[in-house]
Design a binder for this molecule. Structure first.
Ligand code: ADP
Ligand code: MG
Length: 244
C-alpha cells in the first residue's frame, strides 16, 4: 500500500508469559474505515492500547503514523500528532456538562484556549449532532447514546486524522446503532480515518471497508469484510473457540 496513514509492523505485546498481541502487521489507508473483530480476549483492545501508547507502546515491533515512528512516544504526544481514541468503558464526569467534558479534551488534549477552544467544542458537538439544549446540563442525565456522542465529540475536538473506537455500539438500542452508523460515515466524510473494534457485527460490516480478525493475539485473516466473515476459520474462532 503506498503511503499508508498507519503502518503496524510485527507488533507484539506481552504480559508476563502471555502474548496478548502476537506479531501483528497491517496497514491502514488514509480515509478508510478499518474494522477489527475477534472473540473476547483476542487482543483487540490491547492492539489499540499499543497504537495509542496507553499505558505503553508495544513490547516489540514498530508503528508508523503518517510515516513517523510513534511507538515509544508518550500517549499525549501520540494524541497531539492526530491520533485520538475512545475507550470500551466511557470515561464519565457526571457532574460536568457536555460542553465542559469536551472542553477537557480541547484544553488538555489539543492544547486549545479561549475562543478557539469554544469554537472547537461547539463544532465537535455539532458534528456528532449532540442536542444543543443538553449541552449545559450535567452529563449524568444523558442517555447511553448521548454519552457515546459526547465520547466521540471529545475525541474529535482535537481534529484528529485518525479516530479509534473500541466497541462504540455496546449498550445501544437498534435505532441508536443506526444513528451511530450514519454518524461514522459522516465523520469519515470529513476526512477522518476510522479504526473500529465492534462486536455488533451488523454495524462493523456496514461501515468497514476492510476487516481484520484477531484470534489469540494473532491475525487470523484480513480483507474484504464479506469475504472475511464467511471464512471458515473466522466462523470457527467465533463459534467453536473456547473463549466465546
Ligand atoms: P479483547 O479486547 O479482544 O477482548 P484484550 O486486548 O482486552 O482482548 O485482552 C487480550 C488478552 O490480554 C486477554 O487474555 C487479557 O486478559 C490480557 N490482558 C489485557 N490487558 C492486560 C493487562 N494489563 N495485564 C495482563 N493481561 C492483560
Ligand atoms: Mg476489548
Amino acid at each position: 500500500m503506498p503511503d499508508p496513514i498507519l503502518d503496524i509492523s510485527n507488533v507484539t505485546k506481552t504480559f508476563g508469559g502471555l502474548a496478548a498481541v502476537n506479531d501483528v502487521s497491517f496497514q491502514v489507508a488514509r480515509g478508510e474505515i478499518f474494522g477489527v473483530a475477534g472473540p473476547n480476549g483476542s487482543g483487540k483492545s490491547t492492539l489499540f492500547n499499543c497504537i495509542t501508547g496507553i499505558p505503553f507502546g508495544p513490547s516489540k515491533g514498530d508503528i508508523k503514523f503518517e510515516g513517523r515512528r510513534i511507538d515509544g512516544m508518550r500517549p499525549h504526544q501520540i494524541f497531539r500528532h492526530g491520533l485520538a481514541r475512545t475507550f470500551q468503558k466511557d470515561a464519565e464526569f457526571p457532574d460536568l456538562s457536555a460542553r465542559e467534558t469536551v472542553s477537557l479534551g480541547a484544553h488538555y488534549g489539543a492544547n486549545l484556549r479561549g475562543n478557539e477552544m469554544t469554537v472547537a467544542c461547539e463544532n465537535a458537538l455539532d458534528l456528532v449532532e449532540f442536542a444543543p439544549s443538553r449541552r449545559d446540563a450535567e452529563t449524568a442525565g444523558l442517555s447511553v447514546y448521548g454519552k457515546k456522542q459526547l465520547m466521540i465529540a471529545s475525541a474529535l475536538v482535537s481534529s484528529p486524522s485518525i479516530l479509534m473506537l473500541d466497541e462504540p455500539a455496546s449498550g445501544l438500542t437498534r435505532p441508536e446503532i443506526s444513528e451511530l452508523d450514519k454518524l461514522l460515515f459522516k465523520v469519515n466524510a470529513t476526512g477522518v480515518t476510522i479504526l473500529i473494534i465492534e462486536h455488533v457485527l451488523g454495524l462493523l460490516l456496514s461501515v468497514s471497508q476492510r476487516l481484520l480478525v484477531l484470534n489469540q493475539g494473532a491475525i487470523l485473516t484480513e480483507g474484504d469484510p464479506q469475504t472475511v466473515i464467511r471464512d471458515e476459520r473466522v466462523v470457527e474462532a467465533y463459534l467453536g473457540g473456547a473463549t466465546v
